[in-house]
Design a protein around this ligand. Structure first.
Ligand code: HGY
Ligand code: MN
Ligand code: MN
Ligand code: MN
Length: 412
């Protein structure tokens, strides 16, 4: 099975890149790309992708959490399904490729094999929420497919709206969540994604095979001291929440630097009341830690949190700690990895192994089926940043490897 000869892969990959740029303009904040879960501009992304699916004759539906599902049936009603996809939500002030490139490459693959007989069904998944920005917990989209999104429906965003509220506001019905779960036989899940790091660029490779995805914890910390007059409150009488939090940030950086492979990030730091002449009485901050080995991460977390407690106690400040999520390190399916390597070799391409420091929907999908990821080089190693880049020739290479993967999978 090869790409439909009438399909010009060079034109197809150019169309993918143009679509990335076009969809990057669908944002809640003019001048940057910011598209949180089920925000109004999600509708434009759904419409764009649905139009592509319609042109390919795929059946489409938007499930209870807002995933757009575009499906080509298999030769028989009980044919297993191969899922391809990634996410359409973004972090604030994002680049143009994180998530959406993988969704568009999935549609491009579906187009490339449109007229070819496949021994399996194909379903493109445009996950509605992967980053976890709006509700603090990632993977709401893919969790709906594995039947584990139920407990997330009552999470509240900064405006107090629950996930169910967001679903209803979008015109969907959270009561239909059970219908989103995959219940038929699955062949597996393949996700294309930019690497978002320096490895492939350093290796001089355009694509890479993901061996595993690092485990992660996300924790909220709220330091509570005493707001007070900056001029009249002696240093000996202060309960400065920000001073305690600041010591925590430095200690987290120092501990991560001293632990090979550990990354620790305090990405949010909000001090209140937030005036130049008031000692900060409250600080809300977050901790994100990751490591490829769970035991290293699980050993480090209590030490980091003990640091926070100590720096708070030293200042008469209290700290409340709210674990938000933990995902274990996830190996990618060995067979699918092998098929990706063979596909790259067939095309004379080098596709080094690469560990993913970023979390991906493939972590969740792997709990129900073989899951694999093909990374595309991040030339400047930047992501979660508007300067996020991808090389056009790497997009074409990924398309060719994906096509060859489908061929090899069909021959098995
Ligand atoms: O944060 C991450 O790991 C990814 O961007 N979801
Ligand atoms: Mn991301
Ligand atoms: Mn992503
Ligand atoms: Mn991801």
């Amino acid at each position: 099975m090869t790409a439909n000869p009438s399909i010009d892969l060079s034109e197809l990959h150019a169309r993918v890149l143009a679509a990335c740029r076009e969809l990057a303009a669908l944002t809640e904040v003019p001048g940057e790309t910011t598209r949180p879960y089920l925000c109004p501009t999600t509708r434009g992304v759904h419409a764009f992708l649905r139009a592509w699916a319609d042109r390919l004759g795929l059946s489409t539906r938007i499930d209870a959490v807002g995933n757009l599902r575009s499906r080509r049936e298999g030769p028989t009603p009980d044919s297993p399904t191969l899922y391809l996809g990634s996410h359409i939500d973004t972090v604030p002030n994002a680049g143009a490729y994180d998530g959406i490139l993988g969704v568009l490459l999935a549609y491009a693959l579906a187009e490339a094999v449109r007229d070819q007989a496949l021994p399996y069904a194909l379903e493109v998944l445009a996950f509605s929420e992967e980053e976890g920005v709006r509700y603090g917990v990632p993977f709401i989209g893919s969790r709906a497919l594995t039947g584990t999104a139920g407990p997330l429906l009552e999470l509240r965003d900064k405006d107090g709206l629950t996930v169910s509220d967001a679903i209803r506001a979008y015109g969907l019905n959270p009561d239909e969540l059970p219908d989103a779960e995959i219940r038929s036989e699955s062949l597996g899940y393949l996700e294309f994604h930019i690497e978002q790091g320096p490895v492939l660029q350093a290796a001089g490779a355009g694509v890479g095979v993901v061996t595993a995805i690092a485990g992660q914890n996300r924790v909220l910390l709220d330091f509570t001291g005493q707001a007070a007059h900056a001029g009249t409150t002696p240093m000996t009488h202060r309960r400065d929440a920000l001073a305690a939090a600041a010591r925590f940030v430095v200690a987290a950086e120092e501990r991560a630097r001293a632990t090979p492979g550990l990354v620790a990030t305090v990405g949010v730091m909000q001090a209140r009341p937030g005036a130049i002449n008031i000692v900060p009485g409250e600080v809300h901050c977050t901790l994100d830690i990751r490591h490829e080995r769970d035991e290293v991460r699980r050993d480090a977390l209590p030490l980091l949190l003990a640091d926070a407690e100590r720096f708070a106690a030293e200042r008469g400040v209290t700290v409340s700690i709210t674990p938000k999520m933990e995902e274990a390190a996830t190996p990618m399916d060995a067979r699918f990895q092998g098929l990706l390597r063979q596909a790259a070799t067939d095309l004379g391409l080098d596709a080094p192994d690469v560990l993913s420091g970023a979390g991906h929907d493939a972590m969740i999908m792997s709990t129900r089926m073989p899951a694999a990821m093909l990374f595309l080089r991040s030339p400047n190693a930047l992501s979660h940043h508007p300067d996020e880049m991808v090389n056009p020739e790497d997009v074409e290479a990924a398309l060719r490897v994906g096509l060859r993967f489908l061929e090899r999978l069909a021959q098995e």
